[in-house]
Design a protein around this ligand. Sequence first.
Ligand SMILES: [Zn+2]
Length: 257
Amino acid sequence: MTEWWRRWRRKRALERRPIPDALWELTLLRFPFLAARDAVDLLALREMSTLFLAGKEFYGARGLEVSDEMAVAIAAQACLPALKLGLHWLDGFVGIVVHEDAVVARREIEDEDGIVHAFDEELSGEAMSGGPVMLAWRDVDEAGLSATDGYNVVVHEFAHVIDMRSGVTAGLDTVDPQSDRGVWLNALADEYERFAEAVDRGEETFLDPYGAEALEEFFAVAAEAFFVAPHELLREQSRVYGLLKDFFRQDPATCPA
Ligand SMILES: [Zn+2]
């Protein structure tokens, strides 16, 4: 696609289906961590959300109707991590499946003796490589309130989308430790190890203990806090904050609390 064509399409999407003022204002009101951003960021976020809505497809599961209000709420939170990276970082999928509430998924794991254990896992979101992103509307809807705990399902899943596209947390064994990426990734892995040990010891952690599952989950859980409770993350885990600041090219703790 030529640059001219790309710009034309972008301009057309912004003109044809802009997010109405009232709906945008409502979205900011419902999610204070968005409203805390300065005017420049908010204009960019609104434009990116408009383009996101033009390029993605929403599906309501089991007859759930995805209203404009719901779609804009999801788009704005999904674009937040990509704000300074660019919308192309979210190119890895098209569909977003919205469930009314958390989904119970049947999981099976095989232990060392080859015995398969089945268990139910409750999912409020899921992002699969190349597949649709799944979100539970109840969790998205409550994101304004749960932000104080550093919890945000949309940011979590879209941090995975960004990670899967670019291999943010991949290649720890193969990366050159002297390279910029190697230094960054090893620092993140160090923080992950320390966090997983604290969780193992049963310590109270500011970040969701689910982050101890794997490095990519630590990245996604830390991204949630970075975007919705940046002041707390900076205070509790300043090194993690700094690593995410470098990666996402944003410094949300400079916004008013
Ligand atoms: Zn995850």
